[in-house]
Write a protein that binds this ligand. Structure first.
Ligand SMILES: [Zn+2]
Ligand SMILES: [Zn+2]
Length: 143
């Protein structure tokens, strides 16, 4: 479990000023992978007290730009955030309840899939989203 000094170090290494909202947001995203802005805001508010939506939104943007946080947005979903960055992992999304889980890259590195015809493009990423039903929803459907 990273401590707040670990988050301080991450911020410094990313050349971001260390502030308590930044530490609180990093820690909230770490503890709640794939949370949306609203849930992160709720967690940060519990630990920091008064904090505005705009402040949390700005911190998420700064952390995403600095590469400390990854922003994902499955089709039909709001933006969600995670601290698992720097690998090429994919996501599986439940069509029914929007639960999200990580799936390791099938190949181990981007772009994961080889295009059958690259049309001369230099491809550095394939965005893969797996869709289906989570265990809870598929059990519910069978009953
Ligand atoms: Zn589900
Ligand atoms: Zn993930």
């Amino acid at each position: 479990m990273p401590t707040s000094s670990d988050y301080e170090r991450m911020l410094r290494e990313a050349e971001l000023r260390v502030t308590s909202p930044r530490i609180a947001v990093l820690s909230a995203v770490h503890d709640h992978p794939h949370a949306d802005t609203e849930s992160i805001f709720g967690v940060v508010r519990e630990s920091l007290g008064a904090v505005s939506h705009q402040a949390v939104y700005d911190v998420l943007k700064a952390l995403t730009n600095a590469g400390l946080v990854r922003r994902i947005q499955p089709q039909g979903s709001v933006a969600r955030y995670e601290t698992r960055v720097g690998d090429n992992h994919h996501h599986v999304v439940c069509r029914s309840c929007e639960a999200i889980a990580d799936i390791d890259c099938a190949v181990g590195h981007a772009p994961c899939l080889t295009a059958s015809d690259d049309h001369g493009f230099t491809i550095d990423e394939a965005e893969v989203v797996y869709w289906g039903l989570c265990p809870d929803c598929s059990t519910a459907q069978r009953n």
